[in-house]
Design a protein around this ligand. Structure first.
Ligand SMILES: CCCCC/C=C\CCC/C=C/CC(=O)SCCNC(=O)CCNC(=O)[C@H](O)C(C)(C)COP(=O)(O)OP(=O)(O)OC[C@H]1O[C@@H](n2cnc3c(N)ncnc32)[C@H](O)[C@@H]1OP(=O)(O)O
Length: 279
């Protein structure tokens, strides 16, 4: 994927400078050590290969810069946090493309789930499937209180199956029984339901999502990094290791699953339905 970096905006020093790429805007505040990362892949922030690649690069840049200890993930697109994996990357392409795409999905999850940074999701829009997965990799989730902003792993509604590491991430967050129901039924939760089941940590008015994320971040930043990072590692490493041990097999699994005629048909029908919704 071709990555175009955005120029820093004119400002009064480092903390006023933006950086990032075409699809991932980064607003750093060096003074507080916190950066706000905004997805900008209109119309719905679908996780195309380009967006995944730029996300990984921007995250790596922040991880390697000791100035930054916390990142808030949010959307620059109105009403959608992320529509999840880009269905056009999984439809009508060849096995080599599917393998490349899935490797990038894995890579992003691996980096996010064990990130040394404090990650907070400021969920300011709809958050299905892969969008929900990204938020689940964060240390804390704040969802805007809007009945249109549904969140959940809805893969079964598309006739596809959430892989084991999506499932593990959900189980680690809301527990086994709630995950069993949520995954089989492909549940998309309203904000109040998401809060009740523990899928998000706070639901706040839409105009307070970012300010709440910043104040929650201050609390997490007050904890010494080494102790917090080792604790996070202790909680999450086993889950990560499961995928690391079988990364190639997981790619092969995905490629053969997604290449099936029946799955391709389901995805195409789902995409058609999304497009028809407008007309
Ligand atoms: C047993 C072995 C198991 C191994 C299995 C391995 C793997 C399989 C599992 C793979 C995992 C997949 C996880 C995913 O993330 S799949 C994606 C699921 N996403 C969704 O279901 C969301 C679909 N989108 C929506 O519901 C809505 O778009 C919305 C996000 C609520 C926003 O609604 P709205 O603002 O009304 O926008 P539109 O619906 O009109 O959409 C605008 C535009 O965008 C296109 N689009 C929407 N979502 C996607 C997407 N995910 N990918 C690509 N394109 C998308 C939509 O078609 C419209 O396009 P047009 O403008 O051209 O009409």
């Amino acid at each position: 994927a071709t990555i175009r970096r955005t120029e820093p905006t004119a400002g009064s020093g480092d903390s006023a400078r933006r950086f990032g790429t075409q699809r991932v805007l980064v607003e750093p505040d060096a003074a507080s050590g916190v950066a706000v990362m905004k997805f900008k892949n209109p119309p719905v922030n679908s996780l195309s290969l380009e967006l995944l690649t730029e996300f990984i690069i921007s995250l790596e840049k922040l991880e390697n810069d000791k100035t930054f200890r916390g990142v808030i993930l949010t959307s620059d697109c109105p009403r959608v946090f992320s529509a999840g994996l880009d269905l056009t990357e999984m439809c009508g392409k060849n096995p080599a493309h599917y393998a490349e795409y899935w490797k990038a999905v894995q890579e992003l999850w691996l980096r996010l789930y064990l990130s040394n940074l404090v990650l907070i999701a400021a969920i300011n829009g709809a958050c299905p499937a892969g969008g929900c997965l990204i938020s689940l990799t964060c240390d804390y989730r704040i969802l805007a209180d809007n009945p249109k902003y549904l969140i959940g792993l809805n893969e079964t509604l598309l006739g596809i199956v959430a892989p084991f590491w999506f499932k593990d991430t959900l189980v680690n967050t809301i527990g086994h029984r709630a995950s069993e129901q949520a995954l089989q039924l492909g549940l998309l939760f309203l904000p109040a339901e998401a809060l009740q089941v523990g899928l998000v940590d706070q639901v706040v008015p839409e105009d307070q999502v970012l300010s709440t994320a910043l104040s929650v971040m201050a609390r997490w930043m007050a904890i010494p990094d080494h102790a917090r990072q080792l604790t996070k590692n202790m909680m999450r490493k086993t889950t990560v290791d499961r995928l690391v041990k079988q990364r190639d097999a997981d790619i092969q699994n995905f490629v053969s699953f997604i290449s099936r005629d029946s799955i391709q048909k389901s995805l195409q029908m789902y995409l058609e339905k999304l497009k028809q919704k407008k007309g």
